[in-house]
Design a protein around this ligand. Structure first.
Ligand code: XIL
Length: 396
């Protein structure tokens, strides 16, 4: 063999060895159950995230919260502090500090940040909703206020946000009135559905590099395929139209709030849905995953006959969403909406009947079945069906 050939072969061997070394899960001897979520996800190029409650993060009496956010996750989302009511409680006066604190935390821990949320009908400041209600803010002025809000917020965080949830939950559910799926809520009522395209354009004008997402729940799978009764189809047609008309939308976020009392899905249904969205040239992400259960009297009394099947079903659903995400190279991140039952929005929001048990760790930060399934899924999946993520290029 010629010397030059030898050198090339040697270089290839070195490169392969280098690549293997870069695979943390395969390279060290720590059992998958003992590895961190972020370490296990890295091999897939998948960002694994959580919503962060800033009060819990600051609570020195609860150090485990902060430690877990830092050690287990590679991306974070503000559970509340980037919402309009927190950012601009008084008209014209911005309260950036809590969100800036999260960004600083993320930078210290080498985490990316999902920005949540620019346009939503909930958690709006009182001055805005009251002004619109009493007529002192006209619809024309409202549109300008929205444009200025998006511009100010996106500019403030420019360069620090990986994905923005630009528009959140703009589409109705089949149980709403009227039942035909439609654009719902405050913004559509006052501005018509054109605010959606506007919001993406304004966000893009303020940050050329962030990935811009539409985010919603109950869009994990397709139903009848008829947009009049199938929310996923309605959202699909909406984002397809946005792409076709050149609106700078880069992704669809599927929140992934599931409940074990429902029929739920299998992995193939979910991966089919992701594929339909990514075939449009969009990225996807699971943005707010949790799988809650009804807290029956038996559950509350600690009856394991009632608790165990719920924990198992919850774990199964986490696994299904994650597996579907892993199966699609354009599914960029998997974010849970809180990681411990100690700090979860579920018990405060779902009270009739009471629900809970929705996250990966119990109230004492002990791992639940769901955490085991998620780790195993990350550890024991790979080629040929699970391949590294393909980064999304922001659309101009
Ligand atoms: C929830 C928060 O978790 C709660 O703390 C808050 O009181 C209400 O909002 N969909 C979303 C999230 O997009 O912003 C919501 O977060 C949960 C549902």
């Amino acid at each position: 063999m010629k010397v030059s050939r030898l050198i090339i072969t040697g270089t290839v061997a070195l490169a392969v060895a280098g690549a293997l070394n870069a695979m943390p899960a395969a390279a060290d001897n720590v059992r998958p159950a003992e590895q961190s979520l972020r370490g296990l996800a890295q091999r897939h190029g998948l960002q694994i995230g959580t919503a962060v409650d800033m009060a819990a993060l600051a609570d020195t009496a609860d150090p485990q919260y902060r430690a877990t956010v830092a050690s287990q996750f590679s991306t974070v989302t503000a559970e509340n502090v980037m919402k309009w009511e927190v950012l601009e409680p008084t008209r014209g006066t911005y309260n950036w500090a809590p969100a800036d604190e999260l960004i600083a935390f993320a930078q210290r821990n080498r985490q990316s940040v999902r920005g949540h949320v620019l346009v939503w009908h909930n958690q709006l400041p009182g001055w805005l909703t009251a002004g619109v209600a009493d007529g002192s803010i006209s619809d024309t002025e409202l549109r300008v206020i929205l444009r200025d809000h998006i511009t100010a917020v996106v500019k403030h965080f420019k360069g620090k946000i990986w994905q923005w949830d630009v528009v959140n939950e703009a589409v109705s559910d089949p149980w709403d009135s009227p039942p035909a799926i439609h654009y719902k809520g405050f913004w559509a009522q006052h501005l018509g559905d054109g605010y959606i395209a506007d919001a993406f354009r304004w966000a893009r004008a303020a940050d050329a590099k962030a990935l811009l997402f539409y985010n919603d729940y109950n869009i994990e799978v397709f139903g009848s395929g008829n947009a009049a009764d199938d929310k996923t189809q309605f959202v699909y047609e909406m984002v397809k139209r946005l792409r076709e008309t050149g609106v700078p939308i880069d992704g669809v976020g599927s929140q992934g709030h599931l409940g074990t009392q429902y029929g739920n899905y299998d992995t193939f249904q979910v991966s089919d849905a992701l594929r339909r969205f990514t075939d449009l040239g969009l990225a996807t992400a699971f943005t707010e995953v949790d799988v809650r259960s009804q807290m029956t009297a038996g559950v509350q009394a600690g009856d394991s006959n009632e608790i165990n099947p719920r924990l198992q079903a919850s774990a199964g659903n986490f696994g299904i969403l994650l597996q579907a995400c892993l199966s699609n190279r354009h599914c960029l991140s998997f974010t849970v909406w809180g990681f411990t039952d100690r700090h979860s929005w579920v018990p405060t929001w779902f009270t009739n009947p009471p629900e809970g048990l929705a996250t990966l760790y119990d109230e004492a930060y002990q791992p639940k079945r769901a955490l085991g399934i998620v780790k195993a899924e990350l550890a024991f999946s790979g080629a040929p069906y699970v391949l590294p993520r393909i980064p999304q290029k922001p659309r101009r």
